[in-house]
Write a protein that binds this ligand. Structure first.
Ligand code: ADP
Length: 190
């Protein structure tokens, strides 16, 4: 089983690369952002709760995200592995993920981090905002908040996996196909 964490700041290309990885390796995509947006679209209580945080560019409380991921893992049968996209976003989430995987006889194979400078992130998110309809993609102030939250709360997750010898970083600027090739080289080494 191959279980990957795709890591990087907002706008680093996790969603784009996830799709390509899924096509190539048949993994189950687990994007907490997508799951929250699905709940929002379906008008669930969880969606309404998440919206309060997401629209401001803040993180949804850990227990909410962790429970949602646990449910998704538990309800997915016969998976060849997962690609975690946008999760774990805090050290507490990383610890919870390790614990829930261990309970199911699974573990993280590796973390692949996409490195993209802040100016490019902002350009990409604002461009995406023109078509994504996402409230959190529209205003520069919200984008700055998301990047700051990433630096303060999410970046420590990289050190968490580095300690386990599972952290790998690649340049996230360049052609989508070239970035994907670097990812497949790493995956094929796992
Ligand atoms: P991006 O990576 O572009 O910021 P996502 O779709 O991954 O987009 O996340 C959008 C928003 O959803 C985040 O800003 C946050 O509010 C919420 N969110 C997603 N994943 C998590 C998580 N693991 N923990 C807490 N909040 C999350």
């Amino acid at each position: 089983m191959l279980n990957l964490v795709l890591f990087g700041p907002p706008g680093s290309g996790k969603g784009t690369q996830s799709e390509k990885i899924i096509d190539a390796y048949g993994l189950t995509h687990l994007s907490t952002g997508d799951l929250f947006r699905k709940h929002l679209g379906e008008g669930t209580a969880l969606g309404a709760l998440a919206k309060e945080y997401m629209d401001r560019g803040h993180l949804v409380p850990d227990e909410v995200s962790i429970q949602m991921v646990e449910h998704k893992i538990g309800s997915t049968k016969d998976s060849q592995g997962f690609i975690f996209d946008g999760f774990p976003r805090t050290t507490a989430q990383a610890e919870a993920l390790d614990a829930m995987l261990q309970k199911n006889g699974m573990h993280i194979s590796g973390m692949i981090a996409l490195d993209v400078p802040k100016v490019i992130l902002k350009e990409r998110i604002l461009a995406r905002g023109k078509t994504s309809g996402r409230v959190d993609d529209q205003e520069e102030a919200k984008i700055n908040t998301r990047i700051q939250v990433y630096l303060d709360e999410t970046l420590p997750v990289a050190a968490y996996y580095e300690k386990q010898g599972k952290f790998h970083q690649i340049n996230g600027v360049g052609k989508i196909e070239e970035i994907f090739n670097q990812i497949t080289e790493l995956i094929d080494g796992y």
